[in-house]
Design a protein around this ligand. Structure first.
Ligand code: BTN
Length: 260
């Protein structure tokens, strides 16, 4: 397990990671970060763990990650953005991770709606945004990021969809260096987020997605919506052209229909 000094040495960011809470094992870094944020922890504070007993995933799922092999962390941010832009924050995180992984590996990542980062078609990073509002104003957002780094084996039900840096490149990666790259690229992008601008982020995200123009199925809470993926809406929804007309969806899992 890393110490605070170790993690901070060589980190050149000004905001992200200035304060780091490190755990060997925790229930969920997001849960802890939310508690810290609600007791006025500073923006940029990070909670990182070697293992999570109940890591939270999207749609009430559990995020499973082997102990000591991956990067599991949450960042607290407090941008003064309009409420309809809060749903764009996961895109900020996804682009930040994608840029960092690309710098480290030299290969392009794919961004999959809503929050995934893929390498060679498989998920290497999941992102979970949890936010809190006071009188319709964002008080804080916790962005939880799980990156599969040195995990070689995934559970049977995940192995066709999940990957890690070690699986893709056949060598171990220095997790501290990967974390530093992620924090650095996030902080660079954050200067725009802070002033409510998501233009660069959405441009970078759109450049990394393959779904537009394709026939997809969106599954959410047992409901399936079939349609052609058109674009992202201004607030991060997925615009689908369905036989019943245009629909904007905000949650769910997207799968590609077999090519026509
Ligand atoms: C998903 O793809 O379903 C989102 C997964 C998010 C996982 C990360 S790991 C660190 C942080 N703490 C959590 O409990 N979840 C996020």
């Amino acid at each position: 397990m890393y110490s605070n000094e170790e993690l901070q040495s060589g980190l050149s960011t000004q905001i992200f990671g200035k304060k780091i809470f490190i755990f060997d094992s925790i229930d969920s870094t997001n849960a802890y970060a939310k508690t810290l944020a609600s007791t006025s922890a500073e923006e940029g504070t990070i909670v990182i763990a070697e293992y999570q007993t109940t890591g939270h995933g999207r749609l009430g799922r559990t995020w499973r990650a082997e102990s000591g092999s991956n990067i599991l962390f949450s960042i607290i941010i407090r941008p003064t953005i309009e409420i309809n832009k809060v749903g764009l924050l996961p895109f900020f995180a996804a682009v930040g991770v994608a840029l960092a992984v690309e710098t480290i590996t030299g290969t392009c990542c794919e961004c999959k709606w809503p929050n995934d980062v893929l390498l060679n078609g498989k998920k290497c990073c999941g992102i979970l945004l949890e936010s809190s509002f006071q009188h319709n104003v964002l008080d804080y957002a916790v962005i939880g990021i799980g990156v599969n780094v040195n995990q070689k084996v995934f559970d049977e039900d995940l192995k066709d969809r999940a990957t890690s840096l070690i699986q893709e490149y056949g060598k171990k990666f220095d997790r501290k260096s990967v974390l530093h790259h992620i924090l650095t690229s996030l902080e660079l992008l954050y200067s725009e987020v802070k002033v409510g601008s998501f233009e660069t982020i959405l441009k970078e995200w759109n450049a990394r997605t393959t779904m537009f123009g394709k026939q997809v199925t969106l599954t959410q809470a047992g409901e399936q919506i079939h349609g052609r993926a058109i674009s992202l809406s201004m607030d991060g929804g997925l615009v689908l052209a369905t036989p019943a007309g245009q629909r904007v969806c905000y949650a769910g899992d997207v799968t590609f229909a077999l090519e026509e």
